[in-house]
Design a protein around this ligand. Structure first.
Ligand code: PLP
Length: 434
């Protein structure tokens, strides 16, 4: 198991943020999401060091769907990043964290009227428009409220970023954005430009997730700039901003060669600056929207071993007290993770096992065929890299309470999200008439 951030093997017991996993388990119980605050901050610093230019303003927009809590909003605010939401719930959570709403951007392919109203009432920075009906809805709502709202249009640029099928979002049949290859787009642009209460700023794209090859981003930049030029020729110089989305690849297993966040940011800036000069173009602002790469490796899930089983077929299972309810990614798209018995860090991994959860699904396997030390009941198993799309995708399947999230730093631990209680899970549940 690769160690990240402040993870440290202290005499056979793993520490994160200067606290041993045995102490964390004792104090907060398991399953437990542990966030390494220093590593989140370091990742943000890397983006900040790399993603800046003398030619245009830059913004790093944290994609809150990767992980969202008051704590992460506080960090994102402290470091001056913007934040993005895709639902009323995310907007509400961000507002509740006292995050400055004028640094919030709203994405999503099906924003309800209520959600669009929220965007305008909350005074967010901009809406990323997905389609024509949305333009009309925004114009109607904004004009009723006598407000003008900034907007970008999400483009489907047809790029096939080399990543897993399920997390690919920009192919020609993707549900997101308007295709630049479809002539409808000019009608859409006309509608946006003619909407008096919409201030059009530019274009947005997001070409996928877990992207490791910078060529995908270069290709996206080429297409975005060429299309912006085409639009400017037709409609005048109206493209002031582009947003290149997120998707920077992180390490889950040895198959992944993680993107260096500072290096990748610098390469994107360099490529942009060169391309703008070559095309004699100017932009006021360029944004990126990283989510996973800021929080994934900073988060881990800690479980307790409740049992082991060797099947008649010869497979060794380690049973842990969580599973697909707190980490759906392996069951949803065969995502792979590493793991270790973290109270036995000095014991050689010797057994090929599958680490299975406690839910009633055969597919409830957190880690498949992985070598760990010999496990006994009561041992602690940790899966790193669950900081993104772990907690935010958690469910109450089998009425498993969503685990607590604890932030650790410099020997201190602070609960960021309390563990759900059984009561919490049935609070909206009422009797019917018989
Ligand atoms: C999911 C998403 C992101 C973040 O993607 P990561 O892979 O987590 O970096 C950014 N922008 C949009 C529009 C998204 O849908």
């Amino acid at each position: 198991m690769k160690l990240f951030g402040t993870m440290n093997n202290n005499n056979g017991i793993l520490e994160i943020g200067g606290i041993s996993v045995t102490d964390l388990a004792k104090q907060f119980k398991t399953p437990l999401y542990i966030m390494d605050q220093a590593l989140i901050e370091k990742n943000i610093e890397k983006y900040k060091n790399g993603f800046k230019s003398d030619l245009f303003k830059t913004a790093i927009v944290y994609a809150s769907k990767a992980f969202l809590s008051k704590g992460i909003c506080q960090i994102v605010d402290k470091y001056g990043l913007d934040i993005d939401a895709v639902s009323g719930g995310e907007l509400y959570a961000i507002k509740s964290s006292n995050f400055p709403m004028d640094r919030v951007h709203m994405d999503g392919n099906n924003k309800s009227l209520e959600e669009l109203e929220m965007c305008i009432d909350y005074g967010i920075d901009s809406i990323i428009i997905d389609n024509i009906p949305e333009v009309i809805n925004i114009q109607n709502i904004a004009s009723k409220k006598d407000k003008k709202i900034n907007a970008l249009l999400r483009l489907n640029i047809g790029i096939d970023a080399h990543t897993h099928e399920y997390i690919k979002t920009s192919k020609n049949n993707s549900k997101f954005g308007e295709s630049i290859y479809d002539n409808k787009i000019y009608k859409t642009m006309e509608t946006i430009i003619n909407s008096k209460n919409i201030n059009f700023l530019g274009f947005h794209c997001h070409i996928g997730s877990q992207i490791f090859d910078m060529k995908s981003f270069y290709e996206a930049i080429d297409i975005m700039l060429d299309f912006s030029q085409k639009i400017s020729l037709k409609f005048g110089n109206i493209v002031k901003e582009i947003n290149l989305g997120g998707g920077f690849g992180v390490y889950y297993t040895e198959k992944d060669v993680a993107v260096d966040l500072e290096e990748a940011s610098k390469l994107i800036i360099k490529y942009l600056e060169k391309s703008l000069k070559e095309k004699s173009m100017e932009l006021e602002k360029v944004s990126i929207e990283p989510g996973r790469s800021i929080v994934a490796n900073a988060g881990s899930t800690l479980y307790t071993v409740g049992g082991t089983k060797e099947t008649y077929g010869g497979l060794k299972y380690i049973f842990v007290d969580g599973g697909m309810a707190d980490n759906i990614r392996p069951a949803l798209y065969q995502a792979e993770y590493e793991a270790a018995i973290v109270n036995k860090m000095n014991e050689e991994p010797s057994e090929d096992v599958s680490i299975a959860g406690k839910c009633c699904e055969s597919g409830d396997i957190v880690v498949k065929n992985y070598k760990i030390a010999k496990a006994e009941i009561g041992d602690l198993v940790l899966t790193p890299t669950t900081g993104a799309y772990g907690h935010t995708m958690a469910s109450n399947y089998n009425k498993c309470p969503i685990p607590a999230v604890v932030f650790v730093k410099d020997g201190k631990a602070k609960i960021s999200i309390k563990r759900q209680s059984y009561e919490d899970m049935i609070i909206n549940d009422d009797f019917i008439e018989l």
